[in-house]
Design a protein around this ligand. Structure first.
Ligand SMILES: NC(=O)C1=CN([C@@H]2O[C@H](COP(=O)(O)OP(=O)(O)OC[C@H]3O[C@@H](n4cnc5c(N)ncnc54)[C@H](O)[C@@H]3O)[C@@H](O)[C@H]2O)C=CC1
Ligand SMILES: NCC(=O)COP(=O)(O)O
Length: 359
């Protein structure tokens, strides 16, 4: 039996650049030395994208189930039988329907343990909505499938990691959604992920403020004094090495982020704008806190460049490698710890760990 990890890949919106970056990534034969990829989609849809983007004679090995995946091959599970109307660059119902069929089948295999990790190509969050998908994104969908109480949208690259307290919600709801408990929970998730998924022994985390200039001592808002600072203090007292709140505007431009292993931003664009500015092409979107591993490229469907052979596949390739590394890190750590401390092999370092261990 092969020790190569099986990495499931969902194809995302069939009218976007998902299959282009998937095929570009898997066309590099060296990738197959590191994992056994299994794409959930259809060979006819992939052929369409291969031809539209002039991607040579790449082909998939068709299988019916993940347990038939062949090493050294790019495997494909055909998830439907009918022909699919592809309208490159268009937002259509069809785009959402087949993105969901791919995601559902891949997620079922992930939850059952038939694949070791999932890399998702981008969906359009609007056209995928349906009776079975009423979520603002993969993050929330997979949280439900994992049964995790909380998860973290964690954007990662070699030199920068950014998590967000609030994710896919309207900006007007941000201030009321930020609570001390939520910040504590996200800090705990970042801390655990840095240790378990990235093997950083003593993580150091920066927390951004919400208001301009982190409120300038209360002149420009109360959230820093009433919510964010007490959350940082409590987390620190419980053993999480975190500092802040820092004014968000200069934090990235002046390079302060380089002194930390991760940054916690208060809302989506506060964290993702600097992240994508600094790391768009090699950035990865990782969902921390799931009981399985899911990554994705940090970009969206790229409708404006679909079918034009313009999509850069670096972010997708990085997402694939990040998934492999995280699974290996988690497993290696579990093995190393299996004889330590408690039966579950959990490191008891912070007060959070003690509380969790007791429950
Ligand atoms: N994880 C996911 O499924 C994500 C889905 N989306 C969805 O994607 C759709 C489009 O979102 P946008 O805001 O337009 O973001 P986008 O990332 O699709 O596009 C923004 C700009 O970046 C360019 N771009 C994106 N990926 C690229 C690549 N690999 N190589 C070269 N250029 C690239 C595009 O051509 C466009 O000009 C939305 O429906 C959004 O919800 C957005 C982000 C993540
Ligand atoms: N920009 C990040 C993002 O939209 C993440 O979406 P998803 O991974 O939750 O689908």
């Amino acid at each position: 039996m092969s020790d190569k990890l099986k990495i499931g890949i969902s194809i995302g919106d069939v009218n976007g650049i998902g299959l282009e970056v998937i095929i570009k990534t898997l066309s590099n034969p060296a990738i197959l030395n590191y994992c056994t990829p299994i794409v959930y989609g259809h060979t006819k849809v992939s052929s369409f994208h291969r031809k539209a983007n002039n991607l040579g004679d790449f082909s998939f090995h068709v299988i019916n189930h993940a347990n038939q995946a062949q090493v050294k091959k790019a495997n494909m599970i055909n998830c439907w039988e009918e022909d699919v109307k592809i309208e490159l660059g268009q937002v259509t119902e069809t785009g959402g329907k087949y993105a969901l069929l791919s995601l559902e089948r891949a997620t079922a295999d992930l939850v059952n343990g038939d694949i070791d990790a999932l890399v998702t190509a981008p969906i359009n969050k609007h056209n995928i909505q349906s009776e079975t998908f009423k979520f603002p994104g993969h993050t929330e969908y997979l949280q439900e499938k994992s049964g995790s109480k909380d998860v973290l949208m964690f954007l990662i690259s070699e030199n920068l990691r950014v998590g967000v307290v609030t994710g896919h919600i309207p900006v007007k709801d941000v201030p009321t959604s930020i609570t001390k408990e939520k910040i504590l929970s996200k800090l705990k998730l970042i801390n655990e992920s840095l240790k378990k998924d990235f093997w950083i022994e003593k993580p150091k985390i920066a927390v951004l403020g919400l208001n301009p200039h982190a409120s300038d001592n209360g002149l420009l808002g109360a959230e820093e004094a009433e919510i964010i600072t007490p959350a940082i203090q409590e987390a620190y007292d419980k053993g999480i090495v975190c500092f802040g709140p820092y004014p968000a505007d200069g934090f990235f431009g002046n390079g302060s982020y380089k002194q930390f292993d991760a940054v916690l931003a208060m809302y989506h664009d506060q964290g993702l704008i600097p992240f994508k500015t600094l790391a768009f092409h090699n950035g990865v979107n990782y969902t921390a806190g799931l009981n399985f591993v899911r990554t994705s490229p940090d970009h969206g469907t790229g409708y404006d460049i679909a079918g034009k052979d313009l999509a850069d596949s670096t972010s997708f390739t990085e997402a694939l490698f990040s998934a492999i590394h995280i699974v290996k890190n988690r497993r290696e750590q579990e093995e190393l710890l299996s004889n330590q401390l408690r039966g579950g092999g959990k490191v008891v370092e912070t007060q959070f760990d003690i509380k969790d261990d007791a429950s």
